[in-house]
Write a protein that binds this ligand. Sequence first.
Ligand code: URP
Ligand code: ZN
Ligand code: ZN
Length: 408
Amino acid sequence: MLPGGIDPHTHFDLDIGITKTADDFYSGTRAAILGGTTTILDYATQNKGETLCKAFEKQVKKSKDVCFCDYGFHMGMTDWNEITSIEMNEMIKKGVTSFKLYMAYKNKLQVNDGIIYQALKRSKEVKGLIAFHCENGDVIDVLVKEALKNNHNAPIYHALTRPNILEEEAITRLLYLAKMTDACVYVVHLSTREGLLKLVDAKKQGIKVHVETCPQYLLLNEQSYDYEGEKYVMSPPLRKAQDNEALWNGLKIGDIETIGTDHCSFNYIGQKNMGDNFSMIPNGAPGVEHRMALLYTYGVLDSKLSFNQMVALTSTNAAKIFGLYPQKGTIMENCDADLVVLDPQHKSKIKASMQSQNVDYTPYENFERQGLMRYVFLRGRKVVENERLIDDKPLGKYLHRKPYSGGM
Ligand code: URP
Ligand code: ZN
Ligand code: ZN
């Protein structure tokens, strides 16, 4: 038995302008709970010119009464002004105690260093925590234009125009700003060995930083771009086997504290396979349903992690960092009884044809899966038995999270 999983990084019902994610809160949280994840934290995003309150209201509307697991929000900020600064505190009062800033996606979500600096100072004042997408968007923009000019259109160029060094650079820049402001930061979806080395160094210097990676950066590499490569176009891109290895090691020794999925699903047919070149492919991949099983199979059973480490990485640490502990992330008296009974003997293969998430592929097609989430309990109520929902009624509740208090 283990505490219900917490996936701290999903994008459900996300409209990216040209299209919308295949999973909404209904199908996404249904897949989550079937896979042993009883809490998700999803990224609301402020459109440029919009208030954070408006973005929050929109997210509430999308998620209300349709979630099968409990859920909370981070707030992605794409604009900065006096109102945004005031609104950060308003968000905290609404239980949205973490934020996200993007150092990539130029002319879309990306913010500049001045905004990062001001937002970090403010996050310290209001007891918030900012999550960062660390890639140098300005340089990526130039590399993408150069690639297209040379008719380099295939999916592999998504990876080649986002080299490791651009994650390393963004992480380094962020760490200087964290040092200057003495604010704690959270690095999402770490994908590179070089980035990890910088983070480990910073932790040794006393810079306060939490680190997340995702199953795709542990289990997949850039060879995936060779066949139906569009399926693997996500940011950051898939890297090399040595990066996978470094990240597993980072998990083992505690330098990386959480595993999110960055679940952002688009169908292969009709969404990912459209467009003339790699820059037109919607970024993101599905994963929320398989995170727990992948970590058990390839982490615990492959002796890369202990069972206790798996619990910490898939649940407890996220609860502590994101203001949900001890309500979530542990098995203890007077706490939410979010529980998973894992059958360690059960063996199967991951197949898109068998999945619940509402998307036509999985990046983990035919991966061995050992360990079935035989029973899942949400706040003490059995909601899943033998991979089936007991009730078709969504029972998930909004989580009003506590302000950031140092995390671990
Ligand atoms: O490709 C990805 N990861 N899409 C989702 C947005 C993000 O950067 O987290
Ligand atoms: Zn991101
Ligand atoms: Zn994301």
